[in-house]
Ligand binder design. Structure first.
Ligand SMILES: [Zn+2]
Length: 332
């Protein structure tokens, strides 16, 4: 340590300052470290494998809130591992929507934490008699025709098991309207977007941390439009924009700032408008790739082009009754 040149008085001043700093540090270390506003278990979107949605843990007075439960066993293990490591029970599961990349883990997580309440919309009921039946039939045909590579069979078996166990996908606390509520003792705004990415998308806004968790209403690399109603989806993005969030967690991809979200929303609007126009499909695909470039992981470009082109054909410019299949009044 250096002794100040000014003599004893300055020396005492320095000593007092050092003691004050040491006491301050001790007090600071006695305070618990501030908790991150959320803990993200990232999902994945990789070629030749069904995606996992993002999962998010929030701390609540009664335990952990888990948003979405993923598809693959590896993702489930990360969720169970995090809860174990934190030494807190999963007190509530929120499913943003029924797609199996967000809900397949429900059965095993509910078995591990049987007291967990499940918050979800009631859109699953239409899926059970509509999408599940069609998806199962076409997948079974592909299996029977030997068109499914060995590497994907386990995933398909797991998906069939999830569709067979509808009880695990059903809410114990159905979300039927938007409003503020307490989940596991934590105050959150729970929003219901009807006829958007599915017939009922649930998204959360935490007024304490300004975090929005929006499920597949925002999907970084490309909007997954398999069960989409484009106009309802645009309306939902308007509602999200009107929320004073500073961080937004999409259903797939990295957390976004408000500027990221604004850019993504503009790309979405342009993609939908192009898809509903008579411009060449390739223009819509290239437009998406350009406008959403910052959200598309390196190496995934070809897969994303394929998906974007598929959604233009299968949804945005399908015959009117098919285009409206998942909109209000549609067959589902
Ligand atoms: Zn998803």
């Amino acid at each position: 340590m250096l002794v100040p040149e000014g003599g004893r008085e300055d020396w005492m001043k320095l000593l007092r300052a050092l003691i004050a700093a040491a006491v301050g540090a001790a007090c600071a270390s006695a305070q618990p470290a501030p908790r991150a506003p959320f803990h993200l278990i990232p999902g994945s979107v990789v070629p030749n494998r069904g995606p996992d949605g993002n999962s998010i843990f929030l701390d609540a007075p009664e335990g952990l809130i888990l948003v979405d439960t993923g598809r693959h066993p590896e993702h489930r293990d990360l969720l169970l591992g995090f809860a174990r490591e934190r030494g807190r029970p999963i007190a509530a599961i929120v499913n943003t929507h029924w797609h199996l990349d967000h809900t397949t883990g429900n059965a095993e997580l509910r078995a591990a934490y049987p007291q967990a309440q499940v918050y979800a919309s009631e859109a699953i009921e239409r899926a059970v008699t509509g999408f599940f039946v069609r998806s199962r039939t076409s997948t079974q045909q592909a299996l029977d025709a030997g068109q499914v590579p060995e590497s994907r069979r386990a995933e398909i078996v797991r998906g069939f098991a999830a569709m067979d166990n509808v009880a695990a996908l059903r809410a114990t606390r159905p979300v039927t309207a938007s409003g503020e509520t307490r989940i596991a003792g934590r105050r959150l705004r729970v929003n219901l977007a009807r006829f958007a990415a599915t017939e009922g998308d649930v998204w959360l806004y935490d007024p304490a941390t300004h975090v929005a968790i929006v499920g597949d209403l925002v999907v970084g690399p490309v909007p997954f439009m398999d069960t989409a109603c484009a106009q309802g989806w645009r309306r939902a993005l308007g509602e999200i924009a009107a929320t004073p969030f500073t961080t937004l967690i999409p259903g797939h991809g990295a957390p976004m700032t408000r500027a990221d979200f604004t850019a993504w929303r503009a790309a979405f609007d342009a993609f939908v408008e192009c898809g509903q126009s008579d411009r060449p499909r390739a223009d819509c695909v290239a437009g998406w790739r350009r406008a959403a470039a910052r959200f598309i992981p390196a190496g995934a470009e070809r897969m994303i082009d394929g998906l974007a082109g598929y959604y233009v054909g299968s949804r945005l410019r399908a015959a009117p009754e098919e285009r409206g299949r998942f909109c209000e009044g549609g067959p589902g």
